[in-house]
Design a protein around this ligand. Sequence first.
Ligand code: PAF
Length: 285
Amino acid sequence: MHIVHTLSELRQALQGAQRPSFVATMGNLHAGHLALVEQARPLGDATVASIFVNRLQFLPHEDFDSYPRTFEPDCAKLREAGCDLVFAPREQDLYPEPQTFKVVPDAALADLLEGEFRPGFFTGVATVVMKLFMAVFAGKAQGVAVFGKKDYQQLMVIRRMVRQFALPIEIVAGETRRAEDGLALSSRNNYLNPAERDEALQLQLALRTLARDALAAAHALPDKLPALEAAARLGLAARGWQPDYLTVRRRADLLPPQTGDGAGQLVALGAARLGGTRLIDNLEI
Ligand code: PAF
């Protein structure tokens, strides 16, 4: 496995590849990331993973400085997972000057849910992903990138970006990896103390209850859903969480369901803070 830091090293290393397959990460890798790499491997002729903690997608009060940087163990895990090439740019490699041109995603998709509570988040994500795509796929007739469903809205933003800019990149979704008890794997789980770690599963349980209740009310979902969502938020709040949202949306556009929307078309999404840690999860219904 090669490890490169600069764009020119990356392009050199990828010279012989016709169809790279790519997984973008911010490092601090867990089994969920490695499953994406394993999924990417048979899809291309060179498997590339990036490790870059992207300042642009963090708000000033968020955890950019304290985000765990675990480069050596990450590389060992990627090697084990069969990755061919790690692209680990330093900040000056990816942002040699202040990034004043940005990719601003469609507000109808990017300003709701995560975008409402983390303003500018998806502009930061779309901008860095576009830069990473340009780095990995420049000069290639085609490529493939795998993104996890754990970040459901992010996956949708990237899909729409690729479609709108007609990038010759196939976007493939990876299923969310979960711990044995059902907690979605996330680098931010490392912030949880043991009691919080036990409690953390309640977010997924709240989504399951909300999904069940939403299906039971499918005949009148637009009318019934606000009360079901409020009950889900209150349930978590009563356990000491600070919920941002627990909601059921249409998979197609993440807008509230209309009459007639039902199983196979919906997704329950949630974000809530437990102690100092903000967790997100979702469940396709
Ligand atoms: O999902 C992530 O880890 C990040 O948002 C990504 C896609 C690597 C962009 O920085």
